[in-house]
Design a protein around this ligand. Structure first.
Ligand code: SF4
Length: 203
């Protein structure tokens, strides 16, 4: 079993979750370490809305089976588009450049920031001292971008509500193969694109 070392030695963790396939082994590992995760589903990037509901229902099923609390954030795809494309301030050409970027580009960093800002805000408002994310468990994501977004989001939190960013690499310690096993065991729906309309284009 992977032995986890949580910043500050805390036991209460807010786990931002992107989907059930990326979360299964992470939640299991947290529980095996005697930690108390609250799962936070904040994914306004996902379209169409049926896809969002499907990914959420798979995660809900898994959390319920383990007795782990799940919090569902507001879904606001228009606000997500405003943020990742800079629709309120950027020229049309700049917005097009961001929309056409491949995955792991600047748009994805903005996407992580949007979602982790929401998560850090929830953690601060609810007295949860540590934030981490399942985004880092996917080999399609840039670990550097996830870390940058996590540090950015937790730094925005006012000092009196301090939230620690936990930059755990969830691909190590046997979690990558365990991820695949849980997907099979649970029969999870396993999506074929990252989530937004720009990632659908690359199918
Ligand atoms: S490709 Fe994925 S990470 Fe990148 S902006 Fe779209 S949903 Fe976000």
């Amino acid at each position: 079993m992977l032995q986890l070392s949580v910043p500050g030695g805390h036991q209460d963790i807010l786990l931002h979750s992107c989907c059930a396939p990326c979360s299964g082994a992470v939640i299991e590992c947290l529980l095996q370490n005697g930690l108390r995760p609250t799962v936070f589903f904040s994914n306004s990037n996902i379209v169409p809305h049926q896809e969002y509901e499907l990914r959420l229902s798979e995660l809900r099923r898994y959390c319920e089976s383990l007795g782990v609390p799940l919090v569902v954030d507001e879904y606001d795809h228009e606000a997500w588009l405003d943020y990742v494309l800079g629709r309120r301030e950027a020229e049309a050409g700049e917005q097009r450049r961001l929309a056409e970027m491949p995955e792991r580009g600047e748009r994805c960093l903005r996407c992580f920031k949007f979602r982790l800002l929401r998560a850090a805000g929830y953690a601060a408002a609810n007295g949860l001292p540590v934030l981490t994310t399942t985004l880092a468990s996917s080999r399609w994501k840039s670990l550097e971008q996830v870390d940058e977004a996590g540090r950015f989001a937790t730094n925005v939190v006012p000092p009196e509500d301090r939230v620690l960013w936990w930059n755990q690499n969830w691909r190590k310690g046997g979690l990558q193969p365990r991820r695949g096993e849980i997907i099979c065991e649970q029969g999870f729906y396993n999506q074929s694109y990252c989530g937004c309309e720009f990632s659908q284009r690359h199918d």
